[in-house]
Design a protein around this ligand. Structure first.
Ligand SMILES: NC(=O)c1ccc[n+]([C@@H]2O[C@H](COP(=O)([O-])OP(=O)(O)OC[C@H]3O[C@@H](n4cnc5c(N)ncnc54)[C@H](OP(=O)(O)O)[C@@H]3O)[C@@H](O)[C@H]2O)c1
Length: 329
């Protein structure tokens, strides 16, 4: 089978293409014939070595890139009772989806309803389940809740904005361009504006009568985090869930006190997908919304296993709006 691997960390040049034997499903595992793989910033962070010493996301070299996919069950290992050959399935948080086949622990896998295209299922697992726990468990979205979402035209951003609008929260959104801001408005943001080198914090304070929002979702990191704190109300919550712009390495907890007794958290999806029941519940919510039309996923670009370097470059260069995918078959 074809597999896109890395043997070490670095830029797109460390990506290698291999023909490997098709793996077998062991006990408790399923073998999936992949139709689509989602492309995530996590793939780029992984390739660059940012997770090299991660205990949450351990990896061994060589690693096949890609952490989400959708396809059909090719074979089931012993002890697997929930899945059968030919079932339509999707999963996330298991390495190896930039390939023709992947072996995945069955508890991580969900059935994909007949009405949902596999492309949308692949595109919605990692970002959809992330947006789900951010919206429900951390943001506690509902009427009266005010929220700021950065990178709102990105894969996670577009879903967060839609969930917030649907649940009655007031969502303010930031993006790097006016074209992207318009995407966030169309998705339901109450107001969308540019980062303006941190000026977004003043805009948010003006829009909230000087108070700031209840919660900020910041996936950018160093360039925005301190202004995100400035945009948060007293005793509000700053959720630093990503670092596409670089890690914050010099934050003194006293700054949280000075900014208004803020709460700061750095959550990880793995800690919010710890068992099969939770994964199925979150995926069912996202799939149901996609099928009834109350949620949409914008496919940012369709790539093949031959041009993943280009896909990574376009994501890194901020050219994407929505979610890029690889068509495998
Ligand atoms: N903690 C978790 O549970 C969790 C789960 C999933 C992902 N993440 C993290 O969330 C972050 C977002 O990843 P993603 O795959 O979800 O992508 P994404 O949401 O599609 O975000 C990409 C967007 O980030 C914005 N951005 C801001 N500064 C950037 C920079 N310096 N370089 C590139 N893009 C920049 C760009 O939008 P603008 O041009 O509008 O700024 C870009 O479109 C990553 O750090 C990822 O690891 C965390």
């Amino acid at each position: 089978m074809r597999a896109i691997q890395i043997d070490g960390y670095g830029g797109p040049e460390v990506i290698v293409r291999r023909n490997l034997p098709t793996p077998s499903a062991g006990p408790g595992e399923v073998l999936i014939r992949l139709a689509y793989s989602g492309i995530n910033f996590m793939d780029i962070h992984t390739r660059q070595g940012k997770y090299a010493s991660s205990r949450t996301y351990p990896q061994t070299m060589p690693t096949t890139l890609g952490i989400e996919g959708a396809g059909t069950i090719e074979a089931v290992g012993s002890g697997v009772v929930d899945f059968h050959v030919s079932d339509k399935v999707a999963y996330c948080l298991s390495w190896g989806s930039y390939a023709d086949f992947a072996v995945v622990a069955a508890w991580r896998v969900v059935h994909v309803p007949e009405e949902l295209p596999l492309e949308v299922a692949a595109a919605s697992m990692f970002h959809g389940l992330t947006a789900h726990y951010l919206a429900y468990d951390l943001g506690k979205f509902g009427p009266g809740v005010t929220c700021l979402v950065h990178a709102a035209s990105g894969g996670i951003g577009q879903i967060l904005v839609q969930l917030g609008a649907r649940l009655g929260a007031t969502i303010y959104a930031t993006t790097s361009t006016e074209r992207k801001a318009e995407v966030a408005r169309k998705r339901g943001a109450t107001a969308a504006f540019l980062y303006d080198e941190g000026g977004f914090a003043d805009t948010v304070r003006n829009l909230t009568g000087g108070h700031g929002v209840d919660v900020v979702f910041d996936a950018i990191g160093q360039p925005t985090l301190r202004d995100s704190m400035r945009a948060t109300r007293t005793k509000g919550l700053v959720v630093s869930f990503g670092s596409v712009g670089g890690n914050v390495k010099d934050l003194d907890p006293i700054e949280l006190g000075e900014a208004g007794s803020l709460f700061l958290t750095r959550p990880r999806l793995a800690d919010h997908l710890t068992d099969a029941a939770t994964i199925r519940r979150r995926a069912a919510d996202i799939f149901t919304a996609l099928i009834d039309g109350s949620l949409s996923i914008e496919i940012a670009g369709r790539y093949t296993l031959d041009d993943v370097e280009r896909a990574h470059q376009e994501l890194e260069n901020r050219h994407t709006v929505g979610k890029p995918v690889i068509k495998i078959e």
